[in-house]
Ligand binder design. Structure first.
Ligand code: IDP
Ligand code: MG
Length: 158
């Protein structure tokens, strides 16, 4: 099924000049960009986006991390895109993320879950259908999520 999912290049990805590299990883597997915005997230946006984590002990460090500088927020689409993007992104903990995943390849920070410091892992990706719908609507208005044909769509049937 065709799905849309929300992805964020977090501030560490921007500050490490990895925006182009990371977008490229998603384009290479055939995902389509439907929306994109460069944002300095507010504390309120962090709390809304990470609602499930607001009461956890690590939340203050997560909010400090996601608001430390601008982030690139975007919507990607494709068949099974939600699970596909999560697979590409890899495990939350950089040390456990498999080689070949974005976090496994580029996020070398040795911090583990339970730390009260920043757990920098370069990208966010929606975890499931419900989160994807909620997160896309949180960051983009309906008119900002664009549907259009890719070059390969134009040759279908030839
Ligand atoms: P996910 O990003 O792989 O979906 P979640 O468990 O939803 O992982 O956590 C959201 C984000 O919060 C993580 O990507 C990471 O930046 C941060 N985080 C998660 N667990 C911890 C922790 O134990 N300490 C510090 N930060 C954490
Ligand atoms: Mg999550």
């Amino acid at each position: 099924m065709y799905e849309k999912t929300l992805v964020i290049v977090k501030p560490d990805g921007v500050q490490r000049r990895m925006v182009g590299t990371l977008i490229s990883r998603f384009e290479k597997v055939g995902l389509k960009i439907h929306a994109m915005r460069f944002v300095q997230a507010t504390d309120e946006q962090s709390k809304a986006h990470y609602a499930e984590h607001v009461d956890k002990p690590f939340y203050p460090s997560l909010e400090a991390y996601i608001t430390v500088g601008p982030a690139l927020v975007f919507v990607l689409g494709g068949t099974g895109a939600i699970a596909k993007v999560r697979q590409l992104v890899g495990d939350t903990e950089p040390a456990s993320a498999l080689p070949g995943t974005i976090r496994g390849d580029y996020a070398h920070q040795p911090l583990e879950r339970g730390s009260d410091r920043f757990l920098c892992n370069l990208v966010h990706a929606s975890a499931n259908t419900e989160d994807a719908e909620r997160e896309v609507a949180l960051w983009f208005g309906p008119d900002e999520v664009l549907d259009y044909a890719m070059i390969d769509d134009m040759y279908t049937g030839l």
